[in-house]
Design a binder for this molecule. Structure first.
Ligand SMILES: Cc1ncc(COP(=O)(O)O)c(C=O)c1O
Length: 387
């Protein structure tokens, strides 16, 4: 018998550095997890009710491949209102099983074997894996604390080779909380134009910003025709389990993505699409309420970490703080492992998010204010021992 029936693309994939810590944490009692990448809030009631009613009313069938037209129309209206970008709901937008599926579709639709994708890091753990699964090569460009973790256009340009096809952007950023300014986005747009790159912009955290303006990349003049915008309902509406995301793209690219979606997924969950429609109709006050609570926790955690000597950039978006742990004298893996074993607080080592994450850990503040207070007390004890 063969040693393995798995193909090399799969055996070459590194296991996610996030999962390992969750697995350890799951075996322990009394753990405060700052490792989680999803809202601690449950889905707002009217949105859940819309999903329940959809099932009760027999909305239990497939929808069209791209998703129900009412939701595609509502989404295009939403994007127009928020960012002034116009998409055709018939040909330029589709509903997916979260941004996760959209990532799978887009790389498989556009990459030839060996095509390079430039990815500013640290970044969400799936990007590199999805690129490699689709036969591409992920080229990491590290972002730095001294630049507030914003991508530096000159560094991006320096990474371009004749094989570069895609520039990938993920702002507001997981895990750093960075938000790219208009000036940065415009400079990146120039690079994309000059080198004829396709841009994929994962804007799943667009609504979670704290006093900073999110710039929707396709809203920059000339960019919509070369950008695939990815967004979703998981974070802003606390709907991770409903599995609804979307892609908005030029019609030709969207058609390619839709072809793969048609053969792999068919259509995003019907009841979840109806819940998402309700989210767009009535979810706004809930989004504002959750953002305001995240902001309160953000201030607590950033203040707490800095006062312990763990230098922390003030996150401008998403729900993560990304402290530098140099003062502890430990590397990020050892720091996270010891903190979990000794004080029962889970954080994720920054290196799980790619180059540039070394010497940092990710702390999610999508957990209650009281738990963050307790985690900071435990961390203080830990730092007194190791620091
Ligand atoms: C930056 C980023 N993109 C995409 C996703 C995937 O989200 P979903 O598949 O729930 O839409 C996540 C989830 O953590 C994320 O942090």
């Amino acid at each position: 018998m063969r040693e393995s029936f798995l193909n090399q693309r799969v055996t070459n994939l590194k296991p996610s550095g996030i999962r390992k810590f969750f697995d350890i944490a799951a075996t322990m009692k009394d753990v405060i997890s700052l490792g989680i990448g999803e809202p601690d809030f449950t889905t707002p009631q009217p949105i859940s009710l819309a999903g329940i009613q959809a099932i009760q009313h027999g909305e239990t069938h497939y929808t069209s491949n791209a998703g129900i037209i009412e939701l595609r129309r509502a989404l295009t209206a939403h994007l127009e209102k928020m960012y002034g970008v116009s998409y055709n709901p018939d040909t330029e937008i589709m509903l997916t099983v979260g941004v996760s599926e959209a990532l799978y579709l887009v790389f498989n639709a556009v990459l030839e074997q060996g095509d390079e994708v430039i990815i500013p890091t640290p970044c969400f753990v799936s990007y590199q894996a999805e690129v490699e699964l689709a036969g591409g090569k992920a080229v990491e460009v590290p972002c730095r604390l001294e630049n507030n973790f914003a991508p530096v256009p000159a560094d991006i340009e320096a990474a371009i080779t004749p094989r570069t096809k895609v520039l990938f952007l993920g702002y507001p950023n997981n895990p750093t909380g960075a938000v790219a300014s208009r000036e940065t986005m415009e400079a990146l747009a120039k690079v994309a134009q000059k080198h004829d790159l396709l841009v994929i912009s994962d804007e799943i955290y667009d609504r979670l910003v704290y006093g900073f303006q999110h710039v929707c990349f396709p809203s920059i003049p000339g960019m919509q025709e070369r950008t695939i915008l990815l967004g979703g309902f998981s974070k802003a509406y606390a709907m991770t389990g409903w599995r609804i995301g979307y892609a908005a793209a030029p019609a030709e690219i969207l058609k390619g993505m839709l072809r793969i979606h048609q053969y792999t997924v068919m259509s995003a969950p019907t009841m979840s699409q109806l819940a998402a429609l309700e989210a767009l109709k009535t979810g706004e006050p809930f989004v504002r309420e959750m953002v305001s609570e995240y902001d309160r926790r953000r201030q607590l955690i950033v203040g707490g970490l800095n006062s312990l000597g763990l230098k922390t950039f003030e996150p401008r978006g998403a729900f993560y703080a990304f402290p530098q742990i140099t003062l502890s004298g430990l590397d990020e893996e050892t720091f996270a492992e010891r903190l979990l074993h000794e004080e029962h607080v889970a954080m994720v080592p920054g290196s799980a998010f790619g180059t540039g994450g070394e010497g940092f850990v990710r702390c999610s503040y999508a957990t209650s204010y009281e738990k963050i207070e307790e985690a900071l007390r435990r961390l203080e004890r830990f730092m007194r021992r190791v620091g």
